[in-house]
Design a protein around this ligand. Structure first.
Ligand code: SAH
Length: 271
């Protein structure tokens, strides 16, 4: 363990903070925070309670108020002094985390880094509404995307095009554009009756869940006053139900079906 600590000196740990609750960070991410001399955290979205894992003398910077150049200068200086740096991103850093541009400069500068994944807000939101995205007979795919805003989305991935699949969907960065979202989704395979769940600050203490249908989605979100930090979950997976064996709108999984043999269990199909 001591050996491992030595190795982290002068390097950057890019860490996923998880979707909100301070105990949803990984054990590895928490240990890096405990060791850090410098932490640069995405203050607009990371729960500040996570900073309680840091040493008292740790220097903490809020990247919401910094440019990429300032973040990189801060990292470079700390690493040159042999310090351990944690760059703390919300959810999982690989989704809308703007980490590639950081990693590419770190590589150019010969500063070593590693990445610790995190619980993304789409997972936090599914947990909050207690639903499974991938129900047999309903949907076996999940689209993670966003509505085009000030940041463009490639034309081939426009929300309208993505909506043609009608599968389970989790929308990031789109809570402030609900009318456009509703219009684009209705132009695809979804209907006015398609269930929608808007999860504001999933897994934070102030989490709010709004359930509605696509037909009145924009209106309901407006009424609830939700404009940001929300996941918009869309699809029949939200309401598909099994009240008893005879009344189900999805199929049960083969994996646990007594009539289905797997690598680990013999089913009645092979007797
Ligand atoms: N890397 C992050 C996403 C960053 S982009 C992740 O994996 O979750 C920021 C967007 O993520 C927000 O606009 C919002 O749509 C979503 N988001 C982040 N945290 C959230 C939370 N706790 N609850 C709901 N949505 C959240």
């Amino acid at each position: 363990m001591e050996q491992k600590r030595q190795e982290t000196k002068g390097m950057v740990h890019i860490v996923g903070a998880g979707s909100g609750a301070a105990d949803l960070i990984t054990v590895r991410g928490m240990h890096f925070l405990e060791q850090a001399d410098v932490v640069i955290y995405a203050g607009s979205l990371v729960n500040p309670a996570l900073l309680d894992y840091c040493k008292a003398e740790c220097r903490i910077f809020n990247s919401a108020e910094m440019t990429l150049e300032e973040v990189l200068a801060c990292i470079e200086e700390a690493c040159a002094n042999g310090e351990t740096v944690v760059r703390l991103h919300t959810g999982d850093p690989s989704l809308y985390g703007a980490i590639q541009e950081q990693m590419d400069v770190l590589k150019q500068k010969g500063i070593s880094f590693d990445i610790t994944p995190g619980v993304s807000s789409f997972s936090g939101a599914a947990a909050a509404v207690q639903r499974e995205f991938t129900l047999p007979g309903i949907s076996q795919s999940l689209i993670l995307t966003r509505m085009e805003g000030r940041t463009p989305v490639p034309e081939r991935e426009s929300l309208k095009k993505m909506a043609e699949h009608g599968c389970s969907m989790a929308l990031f960065l789109s809570a402030g554009m609900t009318e456009a979202v509703q219009e684009a989704l209705l132009a695809g395979a979804y209907t006015e009756d398609t269930p929608v769940a808007v999860v504001y600050k999933a897994t934070w203490p102030e989490q709010k869940i709004l359930r509605c249908h696509l037909g009145n989605f924009a209106e309901e979100v407006k009424k609830a006053g939700i404009t940001k930090t929300a996941q918009i979950l869309v699809g029949d997976f939200l309401e598909a139900a099994q009240t008893d064996a005879a009344h189900t709108t999805y199929e049960r999984s083969k994996l646990y079906d007594p009539g289905f043999t797997t690598e680990f269990r013999q089913g009645t199909d092979q007797q």
